[in-house]
Design a protein around this ligand. Sequence first.
Ligand SMILES: NC(=O)C1=CN([C@@H]2O[C@H](COP(=O)(O)OP(=O)(O)OC[C@H]3O[C@@H](n4cnc5c(N)ncnc54)[C@H](O)[C@@H]3O)[C@@H](O)[C@H]2O)[C@@H](O)CC1
Ligand SMILES: Nc1ncnc2c1ncn2[C@@H]1O[C@H](COP(=O)(O)OP(=O)(O)O)[C@@H](O)[C@H]1O
Ligand SMILES: [K+]
Length: 551
Amino acid sequence: MYTLKSAAQMRQTDNTAMYGKYSIAPAVLMENAGRAVAERGGAYVGGWDGKDVLILCGKGNNGGDGFVIARHILAAGGRVYVYSFGTTAEYSEESKAHLHTLRMMCDNRTCTLTMYEGEKNDRLLYKRLAACDVLIDALLGTGFSGSLREPLARVVAAVNERAAAGGCTVIAVDMPTGVNTDTGAVSDDIKNDTSSPLMADLTVTFGSYKRGQFIYPGKACIGKLELDSIGLPPALLTENAEDNVYLLCEADITEIVTPRRADSHKGTHGTIGIVTGCGDMVGATLMTAHGAVRSGAGKVFLRVPGAAAPYCIGKEPEIMVRPVGGRDRLHFCRDDAAEIIAESKDWSVLVMGPGMGKDKELPGFIEAVAAETTCPLVLDADALNALRGKEADFFARHGGRTVITPHLLEFSRLSGLATAEIKTDLIGTVMKFVRDYAVTVVLKGAPSLIASAKTGNIYVNETGNAGMAAGGMGDVLSGIIAAMIAHDGIGSIAAAACAAVYLHGAAGDYCAGRIGPYGFTPDEVADAVPEVLALWDKRRPLTLLEKPYII
Ligand SMILES: NC(=O)C1=CN([C@@H]2O[C@H](COP(=O)(O)OP(=O)(O)OC[C@H]3O[C@@H](n4cnc5c(N)ncnc54)[C@H](O)[C@@H]3O)[C@@H](O)[C@H]2O)[C@@H](O)CC1
Ligand SMILES: Nc1ncnc2c1ncn2[C@@H]1O[C@H](COP(=O)(O)OP(=O)(O)O)[C@@H](O)[C@H]1O
Ligand SMILES: [K+]
């Protein structure tokens, strides 16, 4: 699991490294950062020898890194043209020191340094830009906020234009200029701001990955992302109590989704109750059940309104379907609750929501069922919409054992915030929602976020692809979440939600690889789950018992 830091957390880490017990000299840290970019960038572009490199340096420490980078590229045989957008007086002491050294190396042949003073420098700058092989973006890093201001906005636009025409390779230092480290936003005024962030081919980031590198639109600006420790103490990077946002990795998931015990039985793998559907709309219902079956649920019970039952029975023989109400019953109503509550005593988890419709009786039914059942709840789609206006009370009572799986629009209805507002700070908004309501949230999208009710931690999931932007994919996910909650020894509801979201996306990636980038179906994603689990098992280190030759 990787930590995703905010700008403030990264600043705190750097400060502890420099001014706390480690006492790393600031100029040394900057030297390490600049050298890391020169080395990794050199490997990316096939060496610096003979290359013309334009280095744009802002007035903060990101710019200071640029001065160091110039020196190392020069030493590796490149020609460097450095533009500084700060004055000497503005720079930090360490940036000043590196600027001084660079100045001493200038020969106006292999190394030039221009202190940018305004439009009068533009002509030569754009000429250099048109001729360079590589552009290094050391304008703004973790210090960027708001909207890109002039003259940087027009310089960045010119860089993007040249790079889009295939003219040069663009390497960003720490963050591409114009991407907010905390949110991935590229402006705080998307309505009026016409500036664009810098589009990098490679970003070399320092110490820790940053949140904004994984959230759109910033994520689209990063290119290939490489992480360099720049010599920061590992303990400082991994043991920070302030950390609360993480990136999920396969190793985290395979640690919790462990292989089945050989002596397990169907009871070991959970009994899942799916109470959903309406009228003759059973697609969502069946896809949810299919997701649960394919993820290894021990037993799956499906309860649908009477009218829906004929369309479900026999579709998948392993799913135990029973109608609620007579043949003409289109929806669940308040009076059905007692029957479901009685049955749920044998269930490990209960899913409600997909394809349930919008009947006025639905909220009363869902509330009554939730009030009396004791098992964990997975609520999606129509069950979430039914809670509108009552969510505070509902989550206060049942939030601790509930996972909700809204997509952006459903989350907007629940939170009362406009989708555009949520998107300006996806992580921050979900973090606040979970603090306020103490319910585990799976905010579906690209990427999906999982927020733990218990710890308030946010987990970012990177598996999945745009081929999954199709109706029914979320229904399959609800079934997978239920199966993971029921999985033997999974730990917590949030851990199950993380495992399910990762597995669902990995199954989608498997389909994209085998079938094509889009057009695969939710059922095919569900069918790929066992194949992904099998792949994980193959990659898993063998346990002692599985290595008989050792014993
Ligand atoms: N000790 C440290 O803190 C280290 C920092 N390092 C580098 O330093 C960077 C952070 O340095 P800083 O905190 O100085 O920040 P930056 O260098 O990223 O930017 C700060 C400057 O950007 C300007 N700015 C902010 N928003 C702007 C906007 N919308 N339009 C135009 N200008 C804007 C600010 O006025 C300020 O002058 C990191 O990203 C990394 O590259 C590395 O050298 C490693 C060590
Ligand atoms: N571009 C994408 N990249 C990754 N995952 C995606 C993408 N688009 C959709 N998904 C995933 O597919 C699922 C879609 O769910 P949802 O919108 O609820 O669909 P439905 O309600 O039709 O079942 C979510 O898990 C989401 O994260
Ligand atoms: K940068």
